[in-house]
Ligand binder design. Structure first.
Ligand SMILES: [Zn+2]
Ligand SMILES: [Zn+2]
Length: 422
């Protein structure tokens, strides 16, 4: 039996278990469903189901490696795209370590250009985030080898926390309109299921994307107005006013917390000159109380326009949420279905309460396969945790592992079955 057939059987057992229930999204019968079939490795789209029972029996029959549904609601989910009758969509966010530079990604993620005529023999290889285009040949197809570690999850959790804060404090959504999920791989999905967002078109969703990612914030408009040298003293000092709502609040809070603890080195690291850094550290109380709280920006000698702009820019970058921008603005997007297995990990996409973002451990809560052991031959795998147990690192060795760990390593291309299973 091949390793992939063995994993297929585990997926099959999971979905066929009498205990398995499909958690249904809102307005279930108006969703388009899509499936990546395990054996055929082909995508089946434009499926609709009248009930979750019908969906469950389809899944049990076909055993997909991945199950998706539309963020949109349609009059006819099974019709062709332009005949479906779009009736609105949830507002969906995807925060994935695939799109966020992490220091661990440089260690555990690899890509290789698939172009047989790539300028580099055998195809150019690199580490970290897969580029859009091969630097050697311009090719756009890559083979990738990725890993999901705790640091990846920690990074995406910070971005998710920023996003949730904006959705609740700035947009005014309540906790029960927002659903939070672990994606099943290395990130989070946030779904806003509210009447208020359903009818937003792609342009409106792009506006939300810009807000969340900090594009076009007009706090920087002073830059254009302030002349380098002006006879009027006031014109060369920044005039942005921090306040109590939206990005103004976010920036105020962020600048305050950054400056409260920043050392001279921290300030120099974001490009502030020696003199400015010393002045800030020396006059910290004045900076916090007069500048930030009272918007009096020119009160400390040596801390001028350039310095304030650098601080604001740095804080802005800490406050944004690095979402996958394409997912949110696409009103026809398919998104992984809650409670289904991820074909790259065998972990579940799983929902948890908004307030448990910091305490929910995906490497425990998203584990689908409980019980059983299997012997696998592992080429190489970093140390990882699953269900509270630590495994690895492994290099060219045979190990007996719990089913969930064996499935993960096989799907990640790190291991194969060591012996024939009956
Ligand atoms: Zn190439
Ligand atoms: Zn990582």
């Amino acid at each position: 039996m091949s390793s992939r057939d063995w994993v297929y059987e585990r997926f099959s057992e999971f979905y066929k278990s009498p205990r398995y229930e499909f958690p249904s999204p809102a307005s279930f019968s108006q969703r388009e469903y899509g499936f990546l079939l395990f054996k055929e490795r082909a995508m089946v789209r434009h499926k609709g189901f009248a009930s979750s029972t019908a969906l469950r029996s389809f899944v049990r029959q076909r055993i997909p490696s991945d199950v998706y549904h539309s963020c949109a609601y349609y009059e006819n989910p099974e019709a062709e795209m332009d005949k479906k009758g779009w009736a609105g969509a949830d507002l969906v966010f995807d925060i994935d370590a695939d799109h966020i530079p992490t220091s661990c990604g440089k260690i555990h993620d690899e890509w290789k250009c698939s172009n047989p005529d790539c300028g580099v023999s055998g195809g150019m290889v690199g580490r970290g985030i897969t580029p859009d285009m091969c630097p050697a040949c311009g090719g756009v197809k890559f083979e990738t080898k990725t890993w999901a570690c705790e640091q990846c999850i920690d990074t995406t959790r910070v971005e998710t926390r920023n996003l949730l804060d904006m959705l609740m404090a700035d947009f005014g959504f309540s906790e029960h309109e927002i659903r939070t999920f672990f994606s099943g791989h290395r990130g989070y999905h946030i779904h806003v299921e509210s009447e208020a967002v359903r009818s937003l078109d792609a342009v409106a969703r792009k506006e939300i994307v810009d807000y969340v990612t900090g594009i076009g914030i007009d706090l920087f408009e002073e830059k254009k107005r302030a002349p380098h040298r002006s006879r009027q003293k006031k014109a060369s000092t920044p005039t942005f006013s921090l306040g109590d709502y939206g990005w103004k609040r976010r920036l105020k809070r962020g600048m305050r917390s950054f400056l409260q603890t920043a050392s001279k080195e921290d300030l120099k690291a974001i490009g502030i000159k020696q003199g400015g850094a010393s002045a800030i550290v020396k006059n910290k109380e004045t900076i916090l109380n007069r500048c930030i709280d009272e918007n009096r920006w020119n009160i400390v000698r040596g801390v001028g326009y350039e310095t304030w702009m650098r601080i604001a820019e740095h804080v802005k970058n800490r406050e944004i949420s690095q979402i996958d921008t394409v997912v949110t603005s696409d009103v026809h997007r398919l998104i992984r279905a809650n409670g289904t297995l991820h074909g790259k990990t065998g972990l579940l996409k799983v929902e948890f309460p908004v307030k448990e973002l910091d305490t929910f451990d995906p490497f425990v809560g998203a584990v689908a396969f409980k019980g059983g052991n299997t012997r696998v031959s592992i080429w190489d795998a970093p140390e990882f945790k699953l269900s509270g147990e630590t495994f690895g690192p492994y290099k060219n060795q045979q190990v007996t592992l719990p089913t969930a760990a064996a499935v993960l390593l096989i799907l990640k291309g790190r291991a194969e079955l060591a012996e024939v299973q009956s």
